[in-house]
Design a protein. Structure first.
Length: 349
């Protein structure tokens, strides 16, 4: 049995920042994530996409963001348990929680933070019997290595942001890019749609309105797709790689059975503590909902900060939790293992 102050379910950006905010308050955390690596859906779905709305970072990739967060939380030595999910949760008589993971690991904690993003999720797959044989080799539902697609003939299926973003990015490096979507209506940002049409006009990529109805192969290698266009004519599109971005099926998995109040598959929280309907269990990031909720990483960071103070108060009832600043607090400097630069503070005082 592993004993700790807090267990965090989810090792995405918000889950990692939760470690930092808890660490500043002297609380130790263990982090459990179903993915085999840190970064959660941020790294799983768009590892190389630029992010522009992280404060003080004009631009950074998802991987870079995770690496920076790892560096930031390193003074607190969090313990990570990857490639497993929490399948059982038991409230105990002393107010603590007992958890069991899919590998049989057991943990006990005083508070639980759910930072599981969309929860367990599955991509909407290509409904063709021959598709499974190509998955992971030439048929992809996410891009793990954009460099491996350089110089390839690529077909991208979808009409959302992911499909358009990757079509625009790969048009710069691929031998050819064909975007296939069932209609002229897109769910992507208007600027991306306009840019796609501009590239088509410049003959730097193509757009084909229709449905993929078959895959042609030579041995184990994908050769082409058969697309039925809106006119009913079937056309053959040469392709070495097929990227399908039809969205995800979000599933809470075991979390749905923990007796927490839900609204549209998201956990209801209060905005003072980000506590769920069960005292001692908190939810931060995309998995929670409340009036005015915005699914932004920076919003999740704010939620993690307030949740950390609420958790400290929950674990230390009757003890006043003081707000301290990392610029001036000797206690926080010790926890961060830093030597403060106090020059200029006298002038400010």
């Amino acid at each position: 049995m592993i004993e700790t102050d807090v267990v965090i379910v989810g090792a995405g950006p918000v889950g990692l920042f939760q470690v930092f905010e808890l660490g500043l308050l002297g609380l130790k955390a263990h982090v459990v994530d179903a993915m085999p690596q840190l970064g959660g859906q941020c790294v799983e779905l768009y590892p190389d996409k630029p992010i522009y709305d992280i404060p003080a970072l004009p631009v950074c990739g998802a991987r870079e963001l995770i690496e920076r967060l790892q560096q930031q939380i390193s003074p607190f030595a969090p313990q990570f348990h990857l490639g497993q999910t929490v399948i059982e949760l038991h409230a105990q008589a002393d107010g603590r929680f007992g958890l069991v993971t899919s590998t049989g690991m057991r943990l006990r904690c005083g508070a639980l933070v759910i930072a599981a993003g969309l929860g367990a999720f599955e991509p909407r797959r290509l409904p063709l019997p021959e598709a499974a044989a190509f998955e992971g080799r030439t048929l992809h539902y996410l891009v793990r290595d954009a460099g491996a697609l350089t110089g390839q003939e690529i077909v991208i299926a979808g009409g959302g942001d992911s499909a358009l973003d990757w079509a625009l990015a790969l048009a710069e490096t691929a031998a050819s890019v064909v975007l296939v979507h069932r209609s002229q209506k897109f769910k992507a940002a208007p600027a991306s749609v306009a840019r796609m049409h501009a590239l088509c006009a410049e003959h730097r990529m193509q757009f084909l309105e229709g449905d993929i109805i078959g895959l042609d192969a030579e041995g184990s290698a994908l050769q082409a797709l058969r697309v039925r266009t809106r006119s009913g004519v079937t056309t053959r599109v040469e392709a070495q790689q097929l990227l399908v971005f039809w969205g995800l099926h979000p599933k809470l998995g075991p979390i749905a059975d923990w007796g927490l109040s839900l609204e549209k598959h998201q956990l209801l929280v209060d905005t003072a503590r980000f506590q769920t309907s069960v005292p001692g269990i908190y939810a931060v990031g995309d998995i929670n909902t409340y009036p005015g909720k915005k699914k932004l990483i920076l919003s999740g960071f704010h939620e993690a900060a307030l949740a950390a103070f609420a958790i400290k108060e929950h674990l230390s009832p009757g003890e006043k939790v003081h707000l301290q600043y990392t610029t001036t607090s000797p206690l926080l400097h010790r926890r961060l293992h830093v030597e403060p630069d106090l020059s200029g503070l006298d002038d400010v005082a």
